[in-house]
Design a protein around this ligand. Structure first.
Ligand SMILES: Nc1ncnc2c1ncn2[C@@H]1O[C@H](COP(=O)(O)OP(=O)(O)OP(=O)(O)O)[C@@H](O)[C@H]1O
Ligand SMILES: [Mg+2]
Length: 478
């Protein structure tokens, strides 16, 4: 990168411009106003002293005029010149006495004294004589003479010039310092920014191993903390993705291996029709398992991509429970389960997608049939709870130990020793579908009993009725 375009160079230059602008402002505004103030103070002082000096000189006898004028100079700290009228027309005045005994040539025809005489009023101002600046106050006396007080501005102006030169030196030092400080400060920031940039590049290239660290408590520190949160989340997602792919491929491979093995056996050996039929049955099971797995994986990928949409329509959960019981009637018979619907007297309606609710119901009923021993009952029920509507599936199987209840809805999660026919995806799909409909799937585990409930928002009328009756029916099927 061009060093002049770096943040350091820009900040340093920016600070230098600010300092330079401040210097120019001081020179253009502060110095002239200081000059004006000092000059005005001097003029006021001369104006104030002039009348009494004038009266003193007018009343002084001629022989004492020089002494009086010297005393006036000592008391006013200004040169005192006493003019008398030479001619009235044209107005001409001449120096009669001057406290400066060397020469009066420089005050002859002094414009301010002449103006005071012609306009007959006190006049004050600054004049430049032989390259030096003076403050002057001229005061006309009644009989015509004019007294002029003149004080040099040299001391005041030179102290201002001194202050000004010191200001310039200080400003130049500040300029240099600001360049340096700006550059160093910005370089430190730039280094931190570059570190963040490298971390972002690392994350972008899929390397989530190294944490993003910045100990600063400023905005950059906060940005680094946000980067770190992003890195952790991405690392977590990446882990989940890899795990998912590994699990999915493992689940796919098992039935495929089994199918391949049976195919081999069927081609290689002379099989009697009975064994052949058994093999065919097992192969059909594996194909079904593969088909189910493929469907589940497809559902999950649609859920992940957000491509699965659900309706929000009024559905009757009681009649859906009946439909499920009918659908699984034959399966329950084959697995020797007693599948029944606990009939509620009231109609239970919820807001949701009928197809998706049936899908969740199938997952729950299938689990209750697959993961419980033959001969145990499985019950279905629809119920209301406050402003929710529930579809509950309860069985009397081994139950799910509480330590597993947090993970049971995770993808590919299966209990140790469970019937290994499934892939552990059913409950994950059920929960995600329920959430998509604004509901949830709840598990109420207890030893020797499992109760899964699909909880959906009840339709407004239902909740109104339930509020009115203040009746809470829990989905207990006991
Ligand atoms: N009613 C139940 N009784 C006991 N254990 C259950 C019950 N329902 C689920 N489980 C346990 O929870 C695990 C996860 O269930 P899930 O439905 O997610 O997967 P699965 O049934 O193994 O496979 P599939 O993806 O085919 O449904 C099951 O493997 C089983 O161990
Ligand atoms: Mg299942």
């Amino acid at each position: 990168m061009n060093p002049l375009r770096s943040v350091g160079a820009r900040l340093g230059l920016g600070l230098a411009v600010v300092v330079a602008a401040a210097l120019v402002l001081v020179d253009l505004i502060v110095v002239p106003s200081l000059e004006r103030k000092l000059t005005n103070a001097k003029l006021a002082q001369l104006r104030e002293a002039a009348p009494s000096v004038g009266v003193g000189l007018a009343n002084s006898p001629s022989y004492a005029l020089d002494d009086t004028i010297q005393a006036a100079e000592a008391s006013t700290d200004a040169r005192v010149v006493y003019f008398t009228v030479l001619v009235y027309n044209p107005p001409t005045i001449v120096v009669r006495a001057d406290s400066n005994t060397v020469s009066s040539a420089d005050v002859e025809n002094d414009p301010l004294a002449l103006r005071a005489f012609t306009e007959f009023k006190p006049v004050s101002g600054t004049v430049t004589s032989r390259g030096e600046h003076f403050a002057e106050a001229a005061y006309p006396l009644a009989a015509g003479p004019v007294v002029l007080l003149r004080a040099s501005l040299h001391d005041s102006l030179s102290s201002i010039a001194f202050v000004r030169s010191r200001l310039v030196v200080a400003g130049l030092i500040a300029l240099g310092m600001s360049l340096l400080v700006g550059y160093v400060a910005a370089s430190i920031f730039a280094r931190r920014i570059r570190r963040l940039e490298r971390a972002a590049d690392r994350i972008a290239s899929g390397d989530f191993g190294e944490p993003v660290v910045d100990r600063g408590r400023d905005e950059l520190g906060q940005l680094a903390a946000a980067f770190e949160r992003m890195r952790q989340r991405l690392a977590q997602l990446e882990r989940a993705r890899r795990e998912f792919i590994a699990n999915a491929s493992h689940e796919l491979r098992t039935p495929l291996f089994s199918l391949a093995g049976f195919l081999e056996l069927m081609t290689d050996e002379e099989l009697d029709p009975k064994t052949q039929a058994e093999f065919m049955a097992t192969m059909r099971e594996q194909v079904e398992r593969l088909t189910k797995l493929a469907t589940e994986l497809l559902d999950l990928s649609r859920l992940d991509a957000g491509r699965l949409t659900v309706e929000r329509e009024r559905i009757d959960l009681s009649s859906l429970a009946e439909t499920l019981a009918e659908e699984f009637h034959a399966v329950a018979l084959s697995t020797d389960h007693h599948l029944a619907v606990d009939g509620g007297e009231v109609e239970v309606t919820a807001l949701g997608d009928e197809e998706r609710v049936l899908q969740i119901g199938r997952i729950l009923v299938e689990n209750a049939l697959v993961h419980t021993p033959p001969g145990t009952p499985v019950r279905l029920a629809a119920a209301r709870r406050n402003s929710s509507a529930l579809l509950a599936v309860e069985d009397e199987g081994p139950g799910i130990p509480p330590e597993h209840s947090d993970h049971i809805f995770d993808r590919f999660y299966r209990l140790e020793g469970a019937v290994a026919s499934g892939s552990g995806l059913g409950l994950a799909i059920a929960r995600e579908l329920a959430e998509l409909m604004g509901g949830s799937v709840e598990l109420e585990p207890a030893p020797g009993r499992t109760l899964f409930s699909l909880v959906l928002p009840a339709t407004p009328t239902d909740s109104a009725i339930s509020r009115e009756n203040e009746r809470v029916r829990e989905p207990s099927l006991q």
